[in-house]
Design a protein around this ligand. Structure first.
Ligand code: KIV
Length: 307
C-alpha cells in the first residue's frame, strides 16, 4: 500500500449532487442521463469526478470483479462490502445498489429488509431489482420504507436459467405486450427509473414514450432517456468478446499489462528502484551510523581500510 492516502486531493464535489429528482427532471428536459457501474473506491471516484449522474453497484460484480460465470452467486454481504467502498468515493453521483439474486425472490419482508440494509449499512441512495409486474408489491413496500427503487426489465440476467441464456427480449408481439405491461406496472408503482436491457430499439423507444419514469438503456438503442454500461466493458477489462452494444472507450487491459511487464523487467534488471526513488538518512545521522558501523567491523577483525 502506498504511503499516499487515497483520500488526498479532494476539494469538494465537482458537480451538483444528483438525486432522484435530478434524474426525473432530466427526462422532462430531454437531457440524456448517464450511468455506469462501479464496484470500488478508485474507479468510483474517477466516475464520480467525471460527472456521471448515477453509479450502479451492479451485481455484474459477480462476473467482472469476482470471476463467476453469471450474476447468481454474489451475496448480500459481498454487495454491501462493495457498495460501502463506492459510497466512500462518491460525492455527486447517485449511488444505487443492485439487489442480488435471492435477496428479494422469496418473502417480500426479506426484500424490504435487504433494501434497507443497503441504505443503512452501506449508504446507498436507491436499490435496483429485476422483474416487472410480479415485483410491484415489493416495489411499493420498499418505497413505503423510504427507499427509491430502480426497475429492470427485458434481459434480466438473474433469470438466465429461466430465459435459457442471455437473449434479446421482446422480439415478438406477445413479448412486447408483456414488456409494455411490466414497464407500465413499475412506472405506476413509482420506480424512479427503469433499466431496459437487451430489447429491440423500437420496443425501448415505445416504452420510453409511454412511461413517465426515465428509461435507462443497455443494449436497448439510443431512444431511451439514458444509458448505462458496465465499467469493465467500456475499458476492455472483461477478457471476452464484447456484446454488440458495448462501445470501448479505452484499453485498460493493455495499459495495465504493459505497466506490470515493465515493472517486472525493471526490478529484474535492477533499474528499479533508483537512488532518486529511495529515502535517505539526514547527513549527520548517516555520518554517525557510518562511524558505528566502521567500529563494529574493526572489532569483528575486519579492517575497514581506505587506501
Ligand atoms: O449488474 C449490472 O451491471 C446491471 C446492468 C444494468 C448494467 O444490472
Amino acid at each position: 500500500m502506498s504511503i499516499t492516502s487515497l483520500g488526498e486531493g479532494r476539494t469538494g464535489p465537482a458537480h451538483a449532487k444528483v438525486t432522484t429528482h435530478t434524474i426525473q427532471e432530466k427526462k422532462l428536459r430531454r437531457e440524456p442521463i448517464t450511468c455506469l457501474t462501479a464496484y470500488d473506491y478508485a474507479t468510483s471516484r474517477l466516475v464520480d469526478e467525471a460527472g456521471i449522474d448515477m453509479i450502479l453497484v451492479g451485481d455484474s460484480l459477480a462476473q467482472v470483479v469476482l470471476g463467476y460465470d453469471n450474476t447468481l452467486p454474489v451475496t448480500m454481504e459481498e454487495m454491501l462490502h462493495h457498495t460501502r467502498a463506492v459510497r466512500r468515493a462518491v460525492r455527486s453521483a447517485m449511488v444505487i445498489a443492485d439487489m442480488p439474486f435471492g435477496a428479494y425472490h422469496g418473502d417480500v419482508n426479506d426484500g424490504v429488509r435487504n433494501a434497507l440494509r443497503f441504505v443503512k449499512e452501506a449508504g446507498a441512495e436507491a436499490v435496483k431489482l429485476e422483474g416487472g409486474e410480479k415485483r410491484v408489491e415489493l416495489v411499493k413496500r420498499v418505497l413505503d420504507a423510504e427507499v427509491p427503487v430502480m426497475g429492470h426489465i427485458g434481459l434480466t440476467p438473474q433469470s438466465v436459467h429461466k430465459m435459457g441464456g442471455y437473449k434479446v427480449q421482446g422480439k415478438n408481439l406477445t413479448d412486447i405486450e408483456r414488456l409494455m405491461k411490466d414497464a407500465i406496472a413499475l412506472d405506476r408503482a413509482g420506480v424512479f427509473s427503469l433499466v431496459l436491457e437487451g430489447v429491440p430499439r423500437e420496443v425501448a423507444a415505445m416504452i420510453s414514450n409511454e412511461v413517465s419514469t426515465p428509461t435507462i438503456g443497455i443494449g436497448a438503442g439510443p431512444d431511451c432517456d439514458g444509458q448505462v454500461l458496465v465499467f469493465h466493458d467500456i475499458l476492455n477489462m472483461t477478457f471476452a468478446p464484447p456484446a454488440k452494444f458495448v462501445r470501448r472507450y479505452g484499453d485498460a487491459a493493455a495499459l495495465i499489462s504493459n505497466a506490470v511487464q515493465q515493472f517486472k523487467a525493471d526490478v529484474e534488471s535492477g533499474s528499479y528502484p533508483s537512488d532518486e526513488e529511495s529515502y535517505h538518512l539526514p547527513k549527520d545521522t548517516k555520518a554517525v551510523l557510518d562511524a558505528i558501523y566502521a567500529r563494529k567491523q574493526m572489532k569483528a577483525g575486519k579492517a575497514v581500510l581506505s587506501i
